[in-house]
Write a protein that binds this ligand. Structure first.
Ligand SMILES: NC(=O)c1ccc[n+]([C@@H]2O[C@H](COP(=O)([O-])OP(=O)(O)OC[C@H]3O[C@@H](n4cnc5c(N)ncnc54)[C@H](OP(=O)(O)O)[C@@H]3O)[C@@H](O)[C@H]2O)c1
Length: 530
């Protein structure tokens, strides 16, 4: 069976002509208690831009096969994929197997565009519909693995077994226990000779659902609502279409992303994807939930995986994976950005400090009414809480500007190490509570204490804040952290982490695309998403 033998709904598409750049359809899985509810979900799926709907019969509370299937298939305004998933394959249905297969045969007879049959029963199913299956009805033969993603060889064998049943469309859904598992799923799609759906489920498989467009999958699933999923890790239809600009993903689309763990909170995908779109840059930017940076970089070594931002806790590990590193990143010992050069090598940068220090200087000048060329940080006592990637960036930045740097950190040894590199002093978090050798000090929090969802936490008690004239917080979700709110109440000038984020976003955008950053759009997008 070849791609050409299947009248894909998508064959009408003018790929690359400004409409869609990939043939992958978006299917909305519908789970409803009743037929009426399911039909109302079909309308919602159509309004949201889905190409087809998966009718999950196993979720219906009561089901009269002939009457309900006729109603659903005939009244659906989108092509239907009928699935009746049994418990033994991860679905809800626990009833009689013959009744289940009878319902699937009926769906074939009634002309559902697609019918999903599990590999275990596929041979039996095809024998029973021999000569009775309308040509226009396509059977998807599926296999689900809820534990892991098997080896490439095992996946290859699985595809062959599915094809051997006579499947029109192959479906493989595995579970990603590491982001590198997605690479094997992409391999299946890239090498497949038949229309194929290949997905790695769960958080670590999220990218398989988005990049399915790049690798030419038959379809990907997009939910009507966040959290209402038929399988773990599904994106919403809205995110597929609006955030990831799914229709414009092509086989030549360059892949970027933010490498971190956790990564769900990151606003970077909103920011870069809308910025890429605004300048017609053929790139995508993904949240990359990475456990081991070295494994990620060595696995995704294709020339299309070109640029990454780094966030907590991988900035130091990222540096070790670079072929070359800029001198500031080398001094700091951490990178915030990595790009692939044309020869395939990886270049690391640290642009964290640029944005934060510029924002602090600007706020100090405004507060002090000064406008000279000298940095207003020069000579000031600059207290940095945290000694991770952002802490190092701020401490080096302050040192470069002539500030007297103090470093406070939970792990005191790290504070001592960093302080010694920037000619400063280390202090414990407990000592910091009563530390006020002078008035008008500058404070920079670079820990994640107070970040969403733990917004009630703060790295320094309010009573200690009155000795500072300016307080910066690297956290940008939420924008106004408890630390900044209390600092403001004590009379200090707050400087938001969003400023650091925005300034480094400008620099990273330029490194990724080679084009000037659409600054106002980036500011507006961030304002909308924090
Ligand atoms: N605005 C921006 O553009 C921007 C840029 C970069 C980072 N950030 C933010 O800055 C924060 C740190 O990022 P990073 O990349 O520097 O992370 P990192 O390298 O992992 O460092 C984390 C730092 O936070 C400290 N820490 C973590 N949990 C703590 C706790 N419960 N109590 C006290 N200290 C704690 C760690 O102390 P130990 O050494 O004791 O573990 C370490 O000093 C994050 O919130 C991140 O979102 C913002």
């Amino acid at each position: 069976m070849t791609l050409g033998s299947v009248p894909l709904a998508t064959m009408d598409l003018q790929v690359g002509s400004g409409g869609r750049r990939n043939p992958t359809m978006i299917c909305a899985p519908l789970m409803a208690d009743s037929v009426d509810q399911m039909l109302s979900l079909v309308r919602s799926a159509k309004d949201q831009g889905a190409d087809l709907v998966e009718l999950r019969l196993d979720f219906l509370k009561s089901f009269s096969p002939r009457q309900d299937l006729e109603t659903l298939i005939q009244q659906s305004s989108l092509p239907t994929l009928v699935t009746f998933r049994p418990k033994w394959e991860g679905g809800q249905y626990e009833g009689d197997e013959k009744a289940r297969l009878d319902a699937l045969r009926l769906a074939v007879e009634l002309g559902s565009a697609y019918v999903d049959v599990e590999l275990k029963v596929a041979n039996e199913f095809f024998n029973s519909v021999k000569g009775k299956k309308p040509e226009k009805v396509k059977v998807i033969v599926s296999s689900h693995n809820y534990e892991k993603t098997p080896s490439s060889e095992e996946l290859g064998n699985l595809v062959a077994r599915i094809q051997a049943t006579g499947a029109d469309i192959v479906k493989i859904a595995t579970t990603a226990t590491d982001i590198t598992d997605n690479a094997r799923i992409f391999q299946v799609l890239a090498h497949s000779q038949v229309p194929t759906i290949a997905i790695a489920m769960a958080d670590r498989g999220y990218i398989s659902r988005i990049l399915s467009g790049k690798y030419g999958a038959f379809l990907t699933f997009g939910t009507l609502e966040a959290g209402v999923e038929s399988a773990p890790g599904q994106p919403t239809l809205k995110d597929l279409l609006d955030l990831y600009n799914f229709r414009q993903i092509g086989s030549d689309t360059k892949v970027h992303g933010v490498i971190g763990n956790p990564i769900g909170h990151s606003k970077s995908p909103h920011l870069y994807n809308s910025a890429f779109k605004s300048v017609n840059f053929n790139g995508i930017y993904l949240p990359l939930l990475v456990d081991n940076v070295a494994n990620f970089i060595s696995t995704f070594s294709s020339p299309d995986f070109v640029g990454y931002s780094y966030t907590i806790p991988h900035k130091e590990a990222g540096l070790k994976c670079c072929d070359e590193v800029d001198p500031i990143a080398q001094a700091i010992g951490a990178i915030s950005c990595m790009t692939r050069r044309p020869d395939g090598s990886m270049m690391g940068y640290n642009v964290d400090y640029l944005g934060a220090i510029a924002a602090i200087e600007e706020a100090l000048r405004a507060r002090e009414g000064t406008n000279g060329a000298a940095s207003p940080l020069a000579g000031k006592l600059f207290v940095v809480i945290g000694a991770g990637g952002a802490g190092k960036a701020l401490a080096y930045g302050g040192y470069e500007k002539g500030a007297r740097v103090m470093v406070a950190n939970r792990t005191y040894d790290k504070a001592k190490e960093l302080a010694s590199k920037v000619g400063g002093k280390a202090i414990t978090l407990e000592e910091l509570e009563n530390f006020h050798p002078e008035e008008g000090m500058i404070l920079a929090n670079t820990t994640s204490v107070g970040m969403k969802p733990n917004i009630d936490r703060t790295p320094l008690a309010k009573k200690a804040l009155s000795h500072y004239s300016l307080v910066f917080d690297a956290i940008y979700t939420p924008k106004l952290t408890r630390l900044l709110r209390e600092a403001q109440e004590c009379g200090a000038t707050p400087v938001y982490g969003t400023e650091m984020f925005i300034n480094q976003a400008f620099v990273q955008f330029e490194r990724f695309t080679g084009m000037p950053a659409p600054k106002q759009l980036i500011r507006d997008t961030l304002a909308k998403n924090t």
